[in-house]
Ligand binder design. Structure first.
Ligand code: ADP
Length: 579
Protein backbone atom coordinates (compact mmCIF):
# COMPACT_ATOMS: atom_id res chain seq x y z
CA UNK A 1 0.00 0.00 0.00
CA UNK A 2 2.78 2.37 1.03
CA UNK A 3 4.59 1.81 -2.25
CA UNK A 4 1.58 2.95 -4.24
CA UNK A 5 1.08 6.10 -2.22
CA UNK A 6 3.18 8.45 -4.39
CA UNK A 7 1.00 7.51 -7.34
CA UNK A 8 -2.19 8.41 -5.53
CA UNK A 9 -1.46 11.96 -6.67
CA UNK A 10 -2.90 10.90 -10.00
CA UNK A 11 -6.21 10.60 -8.16
CA UNK A 12 -6.17 14.30 -7.32
CA UNK A 13 -7.81 15.61 -10.52
CA UNK A 14 -10.67 13.13 -10.05
CA UNK A 15 -11.14 13.42 -6.29
CA UNK A 16 -14.77 14.60 -6.70
CA UNK A 17 -15.60 11.45 -8.60
CA UNK A 18 -13.68 9.43 -6.05
CA UNK A 19 -15.86 10.70 -3.20
CA UNK A 20 -19.05 9.95 -5.15
CA UNK A 21 -17.69 6.52 -6.06
CA UNK A 22 -16.87 5.69 -2.44
CA UNK A 23 -20.29 6.90 -1.25
CA UNK A 24 -21.96 4.78 -3.93
CA UNK A 25 -19.99 1.77 -2.78
CA UNK A 26 -20.95 2.46 0.82
CA UNK A 27 -24.62 2.48 -0.20
CA UNK A 28 -24.02 -0.70 -2.20
CA UNK A 29 -22.37 -2.42 0.76
CA UNK A 30 -25.06 -1.33 3.18
CA UNK A 31 -27.76 -2.53 0.83
CA UNK A 32 -26.12 -5.91 0.36
CA UNK A 33 -24.83 -6.45 3.89
CA UNK A 34 -27.73 -5.38 6.03
CA UNK A 35 -30.46 -4.05 3.74
CA UNK A 36 -31.90 -7.38 2.64
CA UNK A 37 -31.65 -9.27 5.95
CA UNK A 38 -33.16 -6.25 7.71
CA UNK A 39 -36.00 -6.02 5.22
CA UNK A 40 -36.82 -9.73 5.45
CA UNK A 41 -36.58 -10.08 9.19
CA UNK A 42 -38.07 -6.85 10.51
CA UNK A 43 -40.30 -5.55 7.77
CA UNK A 44 -41.61 -8.48 5.75
CA UNK A 45 -41.18 -11.22 8.38
CA UNK A 46 -43.63 -9.73 10.95
CA UNK A 47 -46.26 -9.29 8.25
CA UNK A 48 -46.08 -13.00 7.42
CA UNK A 49 -46.12 -13.93 11.08
CA UNK A 50 -49.27 -11.83 11.66
CA UNK A 51 -52.89 -12.79 11.03
CA UNK A 52 -52.67 -12.09 7.29
CA UNK A 53 -55.57 -9.69 7.17
CA UNK A 54 -53.75 -6.80 5.52
CA UNK A 55 -55.20 -5.41 2.28
CA UNK A 56 -53.63 -6.59 -1.01
CA UNK A 57 -52.43 -3.11 -1.90
CA UNK A 58 -50.29 -2.92 1.18
CA UNK A 59 -48.73 -6.32 0.46
CA UNK A 60 -47.95 -5.26 -3.08
CA UNK A 61 -46.17 -2.16 -1.78
CA UNK A 62 -44.35 -4.23 0.75
CA UNK A 63 -43.27 -6.74 -1.88
CA UNK A 64 -42.10 -3.91 -4.11
CA UNK A 65 -39.60 -2.97 -1.42
CA UNK A 66 -37.50 -5.95 -2.54
CA UNK A 67 -36.98 -4.77 -6.17
CA UNK A 68 -36.64 -1.22 -4.86
CA UNK A 69 -33.80 -2.29 -2.61
CA UNK A 70 -32.10 -4.04 -5.52
CA UNK A 71 -32.63 -1.01 -7.71
CA UNK A 72 -30.83 1.19 -5.19
CA UNK A 73 -28.12 -1.43 -4.72
CA UNK A 74 -27.73 -1.88 -8.49
CA UNK A 75 -27.61 1.84 -9.22
CA UNK A 76 -25.09 2.47 -6.45
CA UNK A 77 -23.00 -0.51 -7.55
CA UNK A 78 -23.05 0.66 -11.15
CA UNK A 79 -22.16 4.26 -10.30
CA UNK A 80 -19.38 3.14 -7.99
CA UNK A 81 -17.86 0.67 -10.43
CA UNK A 82 -18.17 2.95 -13.43
CA UNK A 83 -16.64 5.89 -11.60
CA UNK A 84 -13.78 3.70 -10.49
CA UNK A 85 -13.15 2.73 -14.10
CA UNK A 86 -13.07 6.41 -14.97
CA UNK A 87 -10.71 7.14 -12.11
CA UNK A 88 -8.60 4.20 -13.24
CA UNK A 89 -8.16 5.58 -16.74
CA UNK A 90 -7.00 8.89 -15.25
CA UNK A 91 -4.47 7.14 -13.05
CA UNK A 92 -3.22 5.08 -15.97
CA UNK A 93 -2.90 8.12 -18.14
CA UNK A 94 -0.97 9.92 -15.42
CA UNK A 95 1.45 7.06 -14.90
CA UNK A 96 2.04 6.62 -18.63
CA UNK A 97 2.61 10.31 -19.14
CA UNK A 98 5.19 10.44 -16.34
CA UNK A 99 6.91 7.37 -17.75
CA UNK A 100 7.02 8.73 -21.29
CA UNK A 101 8.26 12.10 -20.13
CA UNK A 102 11.01 10.42 -18.13
CA UNK A 103 12.11 8.44 -21.19
CA UNK A 104 12.53 11.73 -23.05
CA UNK A 105 14.92 13.18 -20.49
CA UNK A 106 16.95 10.14 -19.48
CA UNK A 107 20.55 10.20 -20.69
CA UNK A 108 21.15 8.61 -24.09
CA UNK A 109 23.80 6.41 -22.51
CA UNK A 110 21.18 4.82 -20.27
CA UNK A 111 18.69 4.46 -23.10
CA UNK A 112 21.19 2.66 -25.27
CA UNK A 113 21.51 -0.07 -22.66
CA UNK A 114 17.77 -0.82 -22.85
CA UNK A 115 15.62 -2.83 -25.20
CA UNK A 116 13.01 -0.59 -26.78
CA UNK A 117 10.38 -3.33 -26.73
CA UNK A 118 10.88 -3.95 -23.04
CA UNK A 119 10.35 -0.26 -22.32
CA UNK A 120 7.22 -0.39 -24.46
CA UNK A 121 5.90 -3.26 -22.37
CA UNK A 122 6.58 -1.27 -19.22
CA UNK A 123 4.67 1.72 -20.55
CA UNK A 124 1.73 -0.43 -21.63
CA UNK A 125 1.35 -3.65 -19.64
CA UNK A 126 3.08 -2.68 -16.40
CA UNK A 127 1.39 0.70 -16.19
CA UNK A 128 -1.95 -1.09 -16.71
CA UNK A 129 -1.17 -3.51 -13.91
CA UNK A 130 -0.24 -0.72 -11.52
CA UNK A 131 -3.38 1.18 -12.39
CA UNK A 132 -5.49 -1.89 -11.77
CA UNK A 133 -3.87 -2.37 -8.36
CA UNK A 134 -4.37 1.28 -7.41
CA UNK A 135 -8.00 1.48 -8.44
CA UNK A 136 -8.81 -1.92 -6.95
CA UNK A 137 -7.21 -0.83 -3.69
CA UNK A 138 -9.23 2.35 -3.72
CA UNK A 139 -12.52 0.57 -4.40
CA UNK A 140 -12.37 -2.99 -3.07
CA UNK A 141 -10.14 -1.90 -0.23
CA UNK A 142 -13.00 0.29 0.97
CA UNK A 143 -15.95 -1.84 -0.05
CA UNK A 144 -15.05 -5.15 1.52
CA UNK A 145 -13.86 -4.00 4.93
CA UNK A 146 -17.18 -2.12 5.14
CA UNK A 147 -19.14 -5.22 4.18
CA UNK A 148 -17.12 -7.27 6.63
CA UNK A 149 -17.84 -4.90 9.49
CA UNK A 150 -21.51 -4.77 8.57
CA UNK A 151 -21.78 -8.55 8.37
CA UNK A 152 -19.90 -9.17 11.61
CA UNK A 153 -22.10 -6.59 13.27
CA UNK A 154 -25.13 -8.43 12.01
CA UNK A 155 -23.91 -11.82 13.29
CA UNK A 156 -23.27 -10.38 16.73
CA UNK A 157 -26.58 -8.58 16.77
CA UNK A 158 -28.45 -11.75 15.79
CA UNK A 159 -26.68 -13.82 18.35
CA UNK A 160 -27.18 -11.31 21.14
CA UNK A 161 -30.77 -11.06 20.14
CA UNK A 162 -31.17 -14.81 20.49
CA UNK A 163 -28.91 -16.99 22.58
CA UNK A 164 -25.92 -14.99 23.70
CA UNK A 165 -22.62 -13.66 22.60
CA UNK A 166 -20.79 -17.01 22.71
CA UNK A 167 -22.54 -18.28 19.59
CA UNK A 168 -21.36 -15.26 17.64
CA UNK A 169 -17.82 -15.64 18.87
CA UNK A 170 -17.76 -19.33 18.00
CA UNK A 171 -19.05 -18.53 14.52
CA UNK A 172 -16.43 -15.90 13.93
CA UNK A 173 -13.55 -17.77 15.52
CA UNK A 174 -12.25 -19.04 12.22
CA UNK A 175 -12.44 -15.79 10.26
CA UNK A 176 -8.84 -14.76 11.13
CA UNK A 177 -7.64 -18.19 10.03
CA UNK A 178 -8.76 -17.34 6.51
CA UNK A 179 -6.08 -14.69 6.39
CA UNK A 180 -3.14 -17.13 6.45
CA UNK A 181 -3.70 -18.97 3.19
CA UNK A 182 -4.54 -15.66 1.57
CA UNK A 183 -1.21 -14.18 2.58
CA UNK A 184 0.67 -17.27 1.53
CA UNK A 185 -0.92 -17.25 -1.92
CA UNK A 186 -0.25 -13.54 -2.36
CA UNK A 187 3.42 -14.04 -1.62
CA UNK A 188 3.65 -16.66 -4.34
CA UNK A 189 1.76 -14.40 -6.71
CA UNK A 190 4.34 -11.65 -6.20
CA UNK A 191 7.20 -13.88 -7.29
CA UNK A 192 5.40 -15.20 -10.32
CA UNK A 193 4.16 -11.75 -11.26
CA UNK A 194 7.72 -10.42 -11.31
CA UNK A 195 8.67 -13.25 -13.62
CA UNK A 196 5.60 -12.81 -15.79
CA UNK A 197 6.09 -9.06 -16.25
CA UNK A 198 9.74 -9.61 -17.17
CA UNK A 199 8.76 -12.23 -19.74
CA UNK A 200 6.20 -9.82 -21.11
CA UNK A 201 8.96 -7.23 -21.56
CA UNK A 202 11.17 -9.76 -23.24
CA UNK A 203 8.37 -10.84 -25.57
CA UNK A 204 7.65 -7.27 -26.54
CA UNK A 205 11.35 -6.63 -27.12
CA UNK A 206 11.64 -9.66 -29.39
CA UNK A 207 8.62 -8.54 -31.33
CA UNK A 208 10.02 -5.03 -31.75
CA UNK A 209 13.47 -6.24 -32.74
CA UNK A 210 12.12 -8.70 -35.30
CA UNK A 211 10.02 -5.96 -36.90
CA UNK A 212 13.00 -3.63 -36.95
CA UNK A 213 15.10 -6.25 -38.67
CA UNK A 214 12.43 -7.63 -41.00
CA UNK A 215 14.68 -7.37 -44.06
CA UNK A 216 17.65 -9.04 -42.40
CA UNK A 217 15.53 -11.88 -41.04
CA UNK A 218 14.28 -12.69 -44.52
CA UNK A 219 17.64 -12.20 -46.18
CA UNK A 220 19.47 -14.49 -43.76
CA UNK A 221 16.63 -16.99 -43.54
CA UNK A 222 16.20 -16.50 -39.80
CA UNK A 223 12.40 -16.86 -39.75
CA UNK A 224 12.36 -20.24 -37.96
CA UNK A 225 15.06 -19.23 -35.55
CA UNK A 226 13.39 -16.03 -34.35
CA UNK A 227 10.00 -17.74 -34.28
CA UNK A 228 11.52 -20.47 -32.11
CA UNK A 229 13.01 -17.94 -29.69
CA UNK A 230 9.72 -16.09 -29.55
CA UNK A 231 7.96 -19.37 -28.79
CA UNK A 232 10.27 -20.10 -25.86
CA UNK A 233 9.63 -16.69 -24.26
CA UNK A 234 5.96 -16.89 -25.04
CA UNK A 235 5.66 -20.27 -23.30
CA UNK A 236 7.62 -18.99 -20.30
CA UNK A 237 5.17 -16.10 -20.04
CA UNK A 238 2.27 -18.50 -20.32
CA UNK A 239 3.69 -20.73 -17.58
CA UNK A 240 4.16 -17.77 -15.23
CA UNK A 241 0.65 -16.52 -15.92
CA UNK A 242 -0.82 -19.97 -15.30
CA UNK A 243 0.96 -20.14 -11.96
CA UNK A 244 -0.53 -16.78 -11.02
CA UNK A 245 -3.97 -17.97 -12.09
CA UNK A 246 -3.50 -21.11 -9.97
CA UNK A 247 -2.62 -19.20 -6.81
CA UNK A 248 -5.32 -16.60 -7.32
CA UNK A 249 -7.95 -19.25 -7.95
CA UNK A 250 -6.86 -21.17 -4.85
CA UNK A 251 -7.74 -18.27 -2.60
CA UNK A 252 -11.53 -18.64 -3.02
CA UNK A 253 -11.80 -22.39 -2.28
CA UNK A 254 -9.39 -22.11 0.65
CA UNK A 255 -11.38 -19.39 2.33
CA UNK A 256 -14.61 -21.27 1.61
CA UNK A 257 -13.21 -24.44 3.14
CA UNK A 258 -12.22 -22.58 6.27
CA UNK A 259 -15.65 -21.00 6.46
CA UNK A 260 -17.20 -24.48 6.12
CA UNK A 261 -15.11 -25.56 9.12
CA UNK A 262 -16.54 -22.54 10.91
CA UNK A 263 -20.03 -23.78 10.06
CA UNK A 264 -19.20 -27.24 11.41
CA UNK A 265 -17.91 -25.76 14.64
CA UNK A 266 -21.02 -23.62 14.96
CA UNK A 267 -23.28 -26.66 14.35
CA UNK A 268 -21.65 -28.65 17.14
CA UNK A 269 -21.77 -25.73 19.53
CA UNK A 270 -25.37 -24.81 18.68
CA UNK A 271 -26.53 -28.43 19.15
CA UNK A 272 -24.91 -28.67 22.56
CA UNK A 273 -26.21 -25.24 23.59
CA UNK A 274 -29.76 -26.16 22.55
CA UNK A 275 -30.05 -23.32 20.05
CA UNK A 276 -33.07 -23.58 17.77
CA UNK A 277 -32.44 -24.38 14.12
CA UNK A 278 -34.18 -21.31 12.66
CA UNK A 279 -32.04 -19.02 14.82
CA UNK A 280 -28.98 -20.97 13.77
CA UNK A 281 -29.90 -20.64 10.10
CA UNK A 282 -30.01 -16.85 10.27
CA UNK A 283 -26.60 -16.76 11.93
CA UNK A 284 -25.11 -19.15 9.37
CA UNK A 285 -26.32 -17.04 6.45
CA UNK A 286 -24.75 -13.95 8.03
CA UNK A 287 -21.60 -15.94 8.69
CA UNK A 288 -21.35 -16.72 4.99
CA UNK A 289 -21.52 -12.97 4.41
CA UNK A 290 -18.46 -12.54 6.62
CA UNK A 291 -16.29 -14.88 4.61
CA UNK A 292 -17.11 -13.32 1.27
CA UNK A 293 -15.22 -10.07 2.02
CA UNK A 294 -12.29 -12.07 3.39
CA UNK A 295 -12.12 -13.90 0.08
CA UNK A 296 -12.38 -10.65 -1.85
CA UNK A 297 -9.70 -9.00 0.24
CA UNK A 298 -7.51 -12.00 -0.50
CA UNK A 299 -7.97 -11.48 -4.21
CA UNK A 300 -7.26 -7.81 -3.76
CA UNK A 301 -4.06 -8.65 -1.93
CA UNK A 302 -2.85 -10.79 -4.81
CA UNK A 303 -3.81 -8.05 -7.27
CA UNK A 304 -1.72 -5.64 -5.24
CA UNK A 305 1.21 -8.01 -5.36
CA UNK A 306 0.96 -8.13 -9.14
CA UNK A 307 0.79 -4.36 -9.11
CA UNK A 308 3.93 -4.26 -6.97
CA UNK A 309 5.84 -6.42 -9.43
CA UNK A 310 4.83 -4.09 -12.22
CA UNK A 311 5.60 -1.03 -10.12
CA UNK A 312 9.15 -2.29 -9.60
CA UNK A 313 9.62 -2.36 -13.34
CA UNK A 314 8.18 1.12 -13.80
CA UNK A 315 10.23 2.53 -10.96
CA UNK A 316 13.55 1.28 -12.27
CA UNK A 317 12.88 3.79 -15.03
CA UNK A 318 11.03 6.46 -13.04
CA UNK A 319 13.71 6.57 -10.35
CA UNK A 320 16.65 6.43 -12.74
CA UNK A 321 18.68 9.60 -12.12
CA UNK A 322 18.63 12.18 -14.90
CA UNK A 323 22.37 12.86 -14.94
CA UNK A 324 22.21 15.21 -17.89
CA UNK A 325 20.05 18.01 -16.58
CA UNK A 326 19.80 21.78 -16.32
CA UNK A 327 22.20 23.45 -13.89
CA UNK A 328 20.85 25.06 -10.74
CA UNK A 329 21.99 28.51 -11.86
CA UNK A 330 22.01 28.53 -15.65
CA UNK A 331 23.97 31.15 -17.56
CA UNK A 332 21.87 33.59 -19.53
CA UNK A 333 22.08 32.39 -23.11
CA UNK A 334 20.25 33.61 -26.17
CA UNK A 335 21.97 33.18 -29.50
CA UNK A 336 25.49 31.82 -29.29
CA UNK A 337 28.21 32.71 -31.74
CA UNK A 338 29.42 29.15 -31.86
CA UNK A 339 32.98 29.35 -30.59
CA UNK A 340 33.62 25.81 -29.37
CA UNK A 341 36.48 24.78 -27.12
CA UNK A 342 37.44 21.45 -25.56
CA UNK A 343 39.85 21.73 -22.64
CA UNK A 344 41.45 18.55 -21.31
CA UNK A 345 38.38 16.50 -22.19
CA UNK A 346 38.30 12.78 -21.46
CA UNK A 347 35.34 10.52 -21.84
CA UNK A 348 34.41 6.90 -21.23
CA UNK A 349 31.10 5.15 -21.93
CA UNK A 350 32.09 2.48 -19.42
CA UNK A 351 34.35 3.31 -16.52
CA UNK A 352 37.12 0.94 -17.56
CA UNK A 353 37.39 1.84 -21.27
CA UNK A 354 38.27 5.48 -21.96
CA UNK A 355 37.24 6.60 -25.44
CA UNK A 356 38.60 10.16 -25.52
CA UNK A 357 41.85 11.06 -23.75
CA UNK A 358 42.64 14.58 -22.70
CA UNK A 359 41.43 16.32 -25.85
CA UNK A 360 42.02 20.08 -26.09
CA UNK A 361 41.04 22.00 -29.19
CA UNK A 362 39.40 25.28 -30.12
CA UNK A 363 37.04 25.57 -33.05
CA UNK A 364 36.50 29.28 -33.79
CA UNK A 365 33.00 30.52 -34.60
CA UNK A 366 32.07 30.31 -38.26
CA UNK A 367 34.64 27.72 -39.28
CA UNK A 368 34.02 24.39 -40.94
CA UNK A 369 35.80 21.64 -39.13
CA UNK A 370 36.09 18.19 -40.72
CA UNK A 371 36.67 15.23 -38.40
CA UNK A 372 38.52 12.38 -40.02
CA UNK A 373 40.07 9.18 -38.78
CA UNK A 374 39.46 5.45 -38.73
CA UNK A 375 36.20 3.99 -37.41
CA UNK A 376 36.11 3.86 -33.64
CA UNK A 377 38.65 6.66 -33.25
CA UNK A 378 36.14 8.75 -31.26
CA UNK A 379 34.77 11.26 -33.81
CA UNK A 380 31.09 10.71 -33.00
CA UNK A 381 31.84 10.69 -29.31
CA UNK A 382 33.62 14.03 -29.70
CA UNK A 383 30.68 15.72 -31.42
CA UNK A 384 28.18 14.15 -29.00
CA UNK A 385 29.74 16.09 -26.14
CA UNK A 386 28.77 19.44 -27.67
CA UNK A 387 24.95 19.03 -27.42
CA UNK A 388 25.52 17.24 -24.08
CA UNK A 389 24.24 13.90 -25.33
CA UNK A 390 26.92 12.78 -22.90
CA UNK A 391 28.93 14.72 -20.34
CA UNK A 392 32.72 14.67 -20.34
CA UNK A 393 34.21 12.51 -17.58
CA UNK A 394 37.01 15.06 -17.17
CA UNK A 395 37.72 18.51 -18.60
CA UNK A 396 35.25 21.02 -19.98
CA UNK A 397 33.46 21.71 -23.22
CA UNK A 398 32.60 25.37 -23.69
CA UNK A 399 30.69 27.35 -26.28
CA UNK A 400 31.49 31.09 -26.39
CA UNK A 401 33.44 30.52 -23.20
CA UNK A 402 30.45 29.15 -21.28
CA UNK A 403 30.64 25.59 -19.97
CA UNK A 404 27.90 23.59 -21.72
CA UNK A 405 26.94 22.19 -18.31
CA UNK A 406 26.32 25.75 -17.13
CA UNK A 407 23.58 26.44 -19.67
CA UNK A 408 20.05 25.22 -19.79
CA UNK A 409 19.83 22.21 -22.12
CA UNK A 410 17.10 23.87 -24.14
CA UNK A 411 19.21 27.04 -24.58
CA UNK A 412 22.24 25.06 -25.67
CA UNK A 413 20.36 22.82 -28.05
CA UNK A 414 18.40 25.67 -29.58
CA UNK A 415 21.75 26.86 -30.91
CA UNK A 416 22.47 23.56 -32.58
CA UNK A 417 21.23 21.77 -35.66
CA UNK A 418 21.94 18.12 -36.18
CA UNK A 419 21.82 16.27 -39.48
CA UNK A 420 22.67 12.61 -39.14
CA UNK A 421 23.63 10.00 -41.69
CA UNK A 422 20.21 8.44 -41.56
CA UNK A 423 17.77 11.33 -41.89
CA UNK A 424 15.15 10.59 -39.24
CA UNK A 425 11.62 11.60 -40.16
CA UNK A 426 8.49 11.17 -38.09
CA UNK A 427 5.21 9.70 -39.27
CA UNK A 428 3.69 13.04 -40.17
CA UNK A 429 3.40 15.41 -43.14
CA UNK A 430 6.53 16.68 -44.89
CA UNK A 431 5.63 20.22 -43.81
CA UNK A 432 5.44 19.23 -40.15
CA UNK A 433 8.67 17.29 -40.41
CA UNK A 434 10.45 20.43 -41.58
CA UNK A 435 8.64 22.48 -38.94
CA UNK A 436 10.34 20.40 -36.26
CA UNK A 437 13.39 22.53 -36.99
CA UNK A 438 11.77 25.54 -35.39
CA UNK A 439 8.36 25.41 -33.83
CA UNK A 440 6.14 28.30 -34.75
CA UNK A 441 7.76 29.02 -38.10
CA UNK A 442 5.39 30.21 -40.82
CA UNK A 443 4.48 28.26 -43.92
CA UNK A 444 6.51 30.72 -46.01
CA UNK A 445 9.58 30.10 -43.84
CA UNK A 446 9.11 26.34 -44.18
CA UNK A 447 8.91 26.67 -47.96
CA UNK A 448 11.92 28.93 -48.11
CA UNK A 449 13.91 26.39 -46.06
CA UNK A 450 12.76 23.65 -48.41
CA UNK A 451 13.89 25.71 -51.41
CA UNK A 452 17.30 26.18 -49.82
CA UNK A 453 17.52 22.42 -49.38
CA UNK A 454 16.44 21.77 -52.99
CA UNK A 455 13.42 19.96 -51.61
CA UNK A 456 10.64 22.33 -52.66
CA UNK A 457 10.34 20.98 -56.20
CA UNK A 458 10.02 17.32 -55.34
CA UNK A 459 7.67 18.14 -52.46
CA UNK A 460 5.31 20.17 -54.63
CA UNK A 461 5.38 17.39 -57.22
CA UNK A 462 3.47 15.18 -54.75
CA UNK A 463 -0.31 15.54 -55.14
CA UNK A 464 -0.61 16.60 -51.50
CA UNK A 465 2.54 18.73 -51.55
CA UNK A 466 3.69 19.71 -48.07
CA UNK A 467 0.78 17.76 -46.58
CA UNK A 468 2.07 14.44 -47.90
CA UNK A 469 2.43 11.91 -45.09
CA UNK A 470 5.94 10.47 -45.18
CA UNK A 471 5.16 7.07 -43.64
CA UNK A 472 6.90 5.60 -40.64
CA UNK A 473 10.54 6.79 -40.52
CA UNK A 474 9.97 8.46 -43.89
CA UNK A 475 9.44 5.12 -45.64
CA UNK A 476 7.64 6.61 -48.63
CA UNK A 477 10.54 8.93 -49.58
CA UNK A 478 13.81 7.99 -51.24
CA UNK A 479 17.06 8.26 -49.29
CA UNK A 480 18.02 11.46 -51.09
CA UNK A 481 14.60 13.01 -50.50
CA UNK A 482 14.73 12.19 -46.81
CA UNK A 483 18.15 13.83 -46.58
CA UNK A 484 16.86 16.97 -48.22
CA UNK A 485 13.88 17.17 -45.87
CA UNK A 486 16.33 16.83 -42.98
CA UNK A 487 18.46 19.61 -44.48
CA UNK A 488 15.40 21.83 -44.87
CA UNK A 489 14.77 21.28 -41.18
CA UNK A 490 18.32 22.43 -40.43
CA UNK A 491 17.89 25.51 -42.64
CA UNK A 492 14.72 26.40 -40.79
CA UNK A 493 16.47 25.98 -37.44
CA UNK A 494 19.10 28.47 -38.54
CA UNK A 495 21.38 27.57 -35.64
CA UNK A 496 24.93 28.94 -35.30
CA UNK A 497 26.35 25.44 -34.75
CA UNK A 498 25.81 22.65 -37.20
CA UNK A 499 26.69 19.02 -36.56
CA UNK A 500 26.77 16.85 -39.62
CA UNK A 501 27.35 13.17 -39.93
CA UNK A 502 28.12 12.67 -43.56
CA UNK A 503 26.44 9.71 -45.20
CA UNK A 504 28.85 6.93 -46.12
CA UNK A 505 26.44 5.22 -48.48
CA UNK A 506 26.35 6.77 -51.92
CA UNK A 507 23.14 8.35 -53.15
CA UNK A 508 22.20 8.65 -56.80
CA UNK A 509 24.30 11.32 -58.44
CA UNK A 510 21.45 13.79 -58.95
CA UNK A 511 20.49 13.68 -55.26
CA UNK A 512 24.14 13.83 -54.37
CA UNK A 513 24.66 17.02 -56.35
CA UNK A 514 21.59 18.65 -54.78
CA UNK A 515 22.66 17.66 -51.31
CA UNK A 516 26.20 18.92 -51.78
CA UNK A 517 24.92 22.25 -53.05
CA UNK A 518 22.44 22.51 -50.17
CA UNK A 519 25.12 21.62 -47.64
CA UNK A 520 27.47 24.23 -48.96
CA UNK A 521 24.79 26.88 -48.52
CA UNK A 522 23.82 25.57 -45.09
CA UNK A 523 27.39 25.59 -43.78
CA UNK A 524 28.12 29.17 -44.75
CA UNK A 525 28.59 31.42 -41.73
CA UNK A 526 28.12 28.67 -39.14
CA UNK A 527 30.42 26.66 -36.94
CA UNK A 528 30.29 23.25 -38.52
CA UNK A 529 31.47 19.97 -37.08
CA UNK A 530 31.32 17.41 -39.83
CA UNK A 531 32.22 13.76 -39.57
CA UNK A 532 33.50 13.63 -43.09
CA UNK A 533 33.97 10.73 -45.43
CA UNK A 534 34.16 12.53 -48.73
CA UNK A 535 37.25 13.81 -50.35
CA UNK A 536 35.53 17.03 -51.46
CA UNK A 537 34.09 17.88 -48.04
CA UNK A 538 37.40 17.35 -46.35
CA UNK A 539 39.28 19.49 -48.83
CA UNK A 540 36.79 22.38 -48.46
CA UNK A 541 36.96 22.44 -44.66
CA UNK A 542 38.82 25.28 -42.95
CA UNK A 543 40.24 22.94 -40.32
CA UNK A 544 40.76 19.21 -40.31
CA UNK A 545 40.93 17.29 -37.04
CA UNK A 546 42.59 13.93 -37.38
CA UNK A 547 41.39 11.43 -34.78
CA UNK A 548 43.24 8.34 -33.74
CA UNK A 549 42.54 6.09 -30.74
CA UNK A 550 40.59 8.70 -28.82
CA UNK A 551 42.91 11.64 -29.38
CA UNK A 552 43.43 14.40 -31.93
CA UNK A 553 46.77 13.62 -33.55
CA UNK A 554 46.82 16.52 -36.01
CA UNK A 555 44.82 19.68 -36.62
CA UNK A 556 45.02 22.39 -39.24
CA UNK A 557 44.55 23.01 -42.92
CA UNK A 558 44.63 20.19 -45.43
CA UNK A 559 48.17 20.99 -46.47
CA UNK A 560 49.38 21.22 -42.88
CA UNK A 561 47.86 17.93 -41.67
CA UNK A 562 48.83 16.17 -44.89
CA UNK A 563 52.42 17.02 -44.14
CA UNK A 564 52.20 16.39 -40.40
CA UNK A 565 50.13 13.21 -40.08
CA UNK A 566 51.07 9.97 -41.80
CA UNK A 567 47.64 8.62 -40.82
CA UNK A 568 45.86 11.47 -42.59
CA UNK A 569 48.16 11.15 -45.58
CA UNK A 570 47.37 7.47 -45.97
CA UNK A 571 43.61 7.98 -45.45
CA UNK A 572 43.55 10.85 -47.89
CA UNK A 573 45.59 9.09 -50.53
CA UNK A 574 43.32 6.06 -50.24
CA UNK A 575 40.23 8.27 -50.67
CA UNK A 576 41.86 10.21 -53.46
CA UNK A 577 42.60 6.98 -55.30
CA UNK A 578 38.99 5.82 -55.09
CA UNK A 579 37.44 9.25 -55.78
P1 ADP B 1 33.96 7.03 -34.63
O1 ADP B 1 32.84 7.99 -34.70
O2 ADP B 1 35.28 7.67 -34.81
O3 ADP B 1 33.79 5.85 -35.51
P2 ADP B 1 32.96 6.54 -31.99
O4 ADP B 1 33.06 7.82 -31.28
O5 ADP B 1 31.64 6.13 -32.50
O6 ADP B 1 34.03 6.47 -33.15
O7 ADP B 1 33.46 5.38 -31.02
C1 ADP B 1 34.63 5.47 -30.26
C2 ADP B 1 34.73 4.26 -29.36
O8 ADP B 1 33.69 4.28 -28.41
C3 ADP B 1 34.61 2.94 -30.09
O9 ADP B 1 35.56 2.06 -29.54
C4 ADP B 1 33.22 2.48 -29.81
O10 ADP B 1 33.17 1.09 -29.75
C5 ADP B 1 32.95 3.10 -28.47
N1 ADP B 1 31.52 3.46 -28.33
C6 ADP B 1 30.81 4.26 -29.15
N2 ADP B 1 29.54 4.41 -28.69
C7 ADP B 1 29.44 3.68 -27.57
C8 ADP B 1 28.40 3.43 -26.63
N3 ADP B 1 27.17 3.97 -26.75
N4 ADP B 1 28.66 2.62 -25.59
C9 ADP B 1 29.89 2.08 -25.43
N5 ADP B 1 30.90 2.27 -26.27
C10 ADP B 1 30.71 3.06 -27.33
Amino acid sequence: MKRFRPYFRHLRPVRGQLVVALLSLAVYSAASGIGLPFLLKWVIGPVFDGDRTRPDGEIVWLALLVPALFLVRGAAGFAGTYLFQLIGTHVLEGIRRDFFRKLQVLPLGWLQGQRAGDLTARALADAQQVQSAITMTASEGVKHPLTLVAAIGFVIYQAVDAEGVTLALVCLALVPLGVFPVRQAARKVLRRAQQSQAEMGSLSAQLGESLGAAREIRAFGLEDRVTGQFGVTSRALLAAQLKIAKYVQLIGPLVEFISACGVALTLVYAYRAGIKFNVLLGVLVALQQCYEPVKRLGLLNSEMKRGLAALDRLETVLHEPVTIADPALPAHVTRLRGDIAFAGVSFAYRADTPVLHDVSIRIPAGTVCALVGPTGAGKSTFVNLVPRFYDATAGTVTVDGIDVRGMRLADLRRNLALVSQEAVLFHDTIGNNILLGREGATRAEVESAARDAFAHDFITAFPQGYDTIVGERGASLSGGQRQRVALARAFLRDAPILILDEATSALDSESEAFIQAALKKLMAGRTVLIIAHRFSTIRDASTILVFEKGGIVAAGSHAAVYAASPLYKSLYDLQGASA
